[in-house]
Design a protein around this ligand. Structure first.
Ligand code: LLP
Length: 420
């Protein structure tokens, strides 16, 4: 049986390490379940990304929804990244890290008036508008504040990203963005919208995209609109490509950012403006694992179950997308049998599983398992269902580690609750 290793999660003497720290050491000190991230992975991926596009003026706005721990955001912003925020909560986090509002862009298909107001008061670099009504609302709020809002229209280019339907966002049937024709009409209203300055054009066609073609198709469509507007005197400063680049969870054939850059660079160069990117998963997914302990192993009607102390409340992706994550023992006990088992958690839902019918080395209660590729959309989608406390997060750097978020306490769960 082959064992999955990533750039920073590797086996040394049959024991899993994050960089130079044994996962067992972290689990013993901090307990399980625990999220473990490798800082160098995040840094390397960021550098790889920015390097791939060095021929064009560009800025990366890290999509903080993939992993919004303050230390993770800071890892990227220390390298020069901006931040893409999808809510007041994510904005709050970015500001806590000390990110300059001029390096923050505000996304969201349903921003509240309050979020728009906050974005304007803070002078965020750009607000992305997703409907005609929102554009009028931004104009109105900006007028009441005596400001001119910098706005990009999120265009829905109607391109099939060929990904899971729940995370496809650039099809005509999806709720996101404004279709190309309608976007064109709105840009042409620039003169009427006294408190809006259209500074950019934006798209985000989906997530976990493993083929280059949808990006080429969407970039071509967006570039056509950009150039048409330019020809008609509407000069936009920013061309925002969104995020969406897929990573390897199982054995997907992915592409590198370098390959993407090669494919779209000719289009980008024609635009002669600054390019924005909003990667999330590409920068974080394979930089993290979720370590858990086996509580029980059981057989039910001939089916094997490994019951762990982690659950859908920690990592929701398998439950809602049937997403694949490698699950492997932290210590490889050579000579053990492989079994086929469902790896499940303690939550009272049949949908609470990390893996279904998975071939795995048999394990015993008390032993540790690692759930791989958990650095993106893991902790950020965690919940308190069944009154479970959310897991701590640990950041490894070289041979040391720091707890960057402690395990929640029961007091956290009761925050401001009243018995009337
Ligand atoms: N920009 C916008 C406007 C987005 O909506 C997203 C993700 C990104 C950037 C970053 O996309 P990425 O590079 O990470 O693919 N929970 C799902 C993923 C949802 C993605 C939502 N939007 C999952 O676990 O697969």
């Amino acid at each position: 049986m082959d064992f999955f290793e990533s750039e920073i999660f590797t086996y040394k003497n049959n024991e899993l390490y994050c960089e130079d720290v044994p996962v067992t050491e972290i689990a013993e000190k901090i307990g399980t379940p625990v999220y473990i991230y490798g800082k160098i992975f995040f840094e390397d991926r960021y550098r790889e990304f920015t390097d791939a596009f060095k021929e064009v003026k560009h800025t990366i706005f890290y999509a903080s929804k993939s992993n919004f721990n303050l230390s993770v955001i800071k890892t990227f912003t220390d390298l020069g990244s901006g931040v893409d925020v999808n809510s007041e909560g994510e904005l709050y986090r970015a500001l806590k890290v000390g990110v300059n509002p001029k390096k923050i862009i505000l996304t969201g298909v349903g921003k509240s008036a309050n979020e728009i107001k906050l974005g304007l008061e803070l002078d965020l670099l750009m607000i992305k508008a997703e409907s005609e009504e929102e554009i009028y609302l931004i104009n109105e709020i900006a007028a009441s504040l005596g400001k001119v809002a910098r706005v990009a229209i999120r265009v829905n280019p109607d391109v099939n990203a060929q990904t899971h339907p729940y995370i496809s966002t650039g099809l005509a049937e999806n709720k996101f963005g404004i279709d190309t024709e309608a976007a064109y009409t709105l840009y042409k209203k620039q003169n009427e919208l006294k408190n809006i300055k259209f500074t950019g054009i934006d798209m985000h066609i989906g997530s976990q995209i493993t083929k280059i073609e949808p990006f080429v198709e969407a970039t071509t469509k967006l570039a056509d609109l950009f150039l048409k507007l330019k020809a008609e005197g509407i000069n936009l400063e920013h061309f925002d490509m969104g995020g969406g680049i897929g990573v390897r969870y199982e054995n997907e054939k992915t592409f590198s950012v370098k390959k993407l850059a090669e494919a779209i660079m000719p289009i980008l160069k024609k635009l002669d403006c600054e390019i924005f990117f909003e990667p999330g998963r590409y920068l974080t997914a394979n930089g993290g694992i979720l370590a858990a302990k086996v509580l029980y192993t059981k057989k039910n009607h001939d089916k094997n179950f490994i019951v762990t102390d982690t659950a859908m409340t920690d990592l929701l992706r398998p439950s809602i997308y049937r997403a694949y994550h490698h699950v492997q023992p932290v210590k490889l006990e050579i000579g053990r049998n492989n079994i086929i088992a469902d790896i499940v958690g303690p939550v009272c839902e049949s949908g609470d599983f990390l893996a279904k019918d998975r071939e795995i080395l048999s394990s015993n209660p008390g032993e540790l398992l690692a759930v791989f590729s958990a650095g993106a959309y893991g902790m950020t989608m965690a919940s308190n269902y069944n009154a479970r406390r959310r897991a701590p997060e640990v950041l490894v750097s070289g041979n040391s580690f720091k707890v960057i978020r402690s395990r929640e306490t029961f007091e956290h769960l009761l925050f401001d609750e009243k018995i009337e």
